[in-house]
Structures are given as C-alpha cells and as structure tokens.
Design a protein around this ligand. Sequence first.
Ligand code: PMP
Length: 397
Amino acid sequence: SSLFGNVEAFAGDPILSLNIAFQGDPRTEKVNLTIGIYMDGNGKVPVLPSVKAAAEKLGFGVRSYIPMEGLADYRRLVQELVFGKGSKLLAEKRVATMQSLGGTGALSIAADFLAKHTPGRPVYVSDPTWDNHHGLFQRAGFETKTYPYWDGATRTLRFDDMMKTLEEAPAGSIVIVQPVCHNPTGVDLSPAQQDALSDLLIAKQHIPVFDMAYQGFADGIDEDASFVRRYAERASSFLVANSFSKNFSLYGERVGGLSVVCATADEADRVLGQLKLAVRRSYSNPPTTGAQIVATVLGDPALRALWEAEVAEMRVRMKAMREALAAEVKKLSNEIDVGFITQQRGMFSYTGLSKAQVVQMRDTDGVYLVESGRMCVAGLTENNVAAVAKSLVAARG
Ligand code: PMP
C-alpha cells in the first residue's frame, strides 16, 4: 500500500459543511442561519466604512516581516480595548500581549503555552461550547472536561451546577470562560453571577482563559469587557483571547490578540519571551494588513468614533431581528414562549429545536440552522424573518 494509504478521511467541520450545502442549495428563498458571521440588512457581510477608510489611508505599503509578537501600536491598543485605558495592570506592565491569528490563533498559542508551563491540569469548558475549545486544548495535550452551563428544559443557565462542578474541580484547573455573547447558547452570566464565579476561581486558584470573541455585540464595547476588567482588579494570573473577526468584520484577515496577565512586570517580560518563541516555532511572525487596519482605526479618534457607531449599528440590528422573530412567531402561535429569543445575547440563539426539527426546516423550507439548534440571528433580515418564523413554528409541530 502507499505511504498515505491509511490516512483517515476528515469528517469535515459540521458548521463549515453546512455552509457548503447551503451554497449548493438551488432554492432562491433559502436562509443561512448557521455560521457565526454578521450579515447586514441586505444579507451581506459588511465592509465597515471605518475599515475601508483605514485601508485607503494605509495604501499598499511595504510588507516586510513584523516582530514575532506583532505590531507594537496594535498590541497596546488591544490591551486598552480589553482592560480599559486606565487599567492598573497596564500601568504596572503586568500584561504580555501578542498579536494573534484571530481568536483561534490566540487560543492555540494559549493552549501551547499552558501545556508547556502548567502541564497536566484538567481543562474545563462549558457544556455546550464552541467545539474548537475541546480540539485546541486536546491537541496541546490536555484532557478537556465540561462544566454544566445550559438547561435545555428551561433554556436558562445552570449556574448552581456550574459552580458546584468548578468547586469540586482540582485546585488550579484551567477554566475556559466566555465572558460575553456565549457561543452557542447566547446565555451569559449576570454581573452578580460573574462576581460569584470570580470569587470561586480566585479561591480555587483556577486559571481562567477568557475567550472574548464578540466584544461590543451585547451591551457596548466597554460594557462587554466589564467581566474581564472586574476580574483584572482582583486576580494576578489569567489569560484573555480576543478577536476582531466579528466586531471589525475582518474574518479572513485573522486579527486577534492573546494577553497573559502576570503577577509582576518581570514575569510578564519572560512570559512574552516564551510566547514569542512559541510563535517563532509555529508561523514565525503574524501577517501585517489586518493589524495595521485595526490599529489605524483604534488609534485615530475620528475613525474610532465611526467604528464605535458601526459596532452599535450591528448590535442594534441583531437585537431588532430578535424582536422581529419573536413577534412573527407570536403572530403564528401562542404556544411558544419566545422570551428566550430576545433575552439571549450576541449573534446566537439556542432554540432548543431538536436535530429532527432542524433537518425538517432545512429540507422543507431551506432554512439552515446548526443541528444543535443554534441559530445565527445576524442572518435574519426584514425580508426573511417571517419565513423563518413560519418554518420554526411548523417544525415544532
Ligand atoms: N471563540 C469563540 C467562542 C468563537 O465563537 C469564535 C468564532 N466562531 C472564536 C473563538 C474564533 O474566532 P476567530 O474567527 O477570530 O478565530
């Protein structure tokens, strides 16, 4: 047999495969509510005017190598966006921040870093979570476990069970926390629950890895960072992965950041060195364009104000589409409690629909959801929301 004859076929990523199926679906009324991409009211992935203006201002400049850790201005602006401009941690130079290949790249470097420097600890992720959390940390050599998160019967958070599991976890466990706009459920912790979880994480010396992929999509850019910022006032060692894929609509440019918070400036210096080494051994140094664009927007007061307004527009549109879907469902049925649609936050709504119901919506109406019942509300528009409601009500029987 040949050298690669026994290589197993890749099952494919379930969400990306659904998108391929959607592209091939000949029906004109089809609606794609699968992948986590923000679409505007015309069903298009927007080019933000702030991003376009920054790209024009930059032009096509030199494409030399940039440092392993990324562009200095970009890294400073990432830190200020995540931790707040007046952050004590930043003043004390206790944060090692890298430019990363999106949120995924940040988590990947984080997993490798933790595997090398804090090996052998269990990694806890929410049940359910973004699937790649399991994969990225397993690839780095960790065993992943879950903490309860979603109660399918009530479509709410299993907060007490979550706390119990993390209380019983071995001290010093790694805990992935999505601080805002939880993927896939859309259910977040209240500020009081965040504080109670923070107490527990600190008391148990767990290592939180905050995965913030949707900053600005719930209540506001600063508001959405408040969990991380309040945690930062109290804790000495934790990690934050952030992404600009969604809030800058720069998905394919791969722009994000990894920040490792340390106890001292000296520690942060050495940690940054190890992160640079990890990058050097993986892809050497990050790409230029996306980070230059983000740094230009965040660093220019006029472009930044424009961007903040654009993020607000995306946030408001998603909320309006939640309201519209709830109203359309209500028109068709009084049986369905639609409160969850408007209470959940961010891009996703976990509908509680079964796999059979999701398949029925897809086969009968060309309305595509993820088979877990996750719906991307950013794919709803004035033009398709009534049809989606009709399909949803029919599927529930
Ligand atoms: N974490 C979560 C929770 C996400 O939903 C996503 C994007 N789907 C990511 C990380 C990765 O984002 P990026 O595309 O920037 O790699």
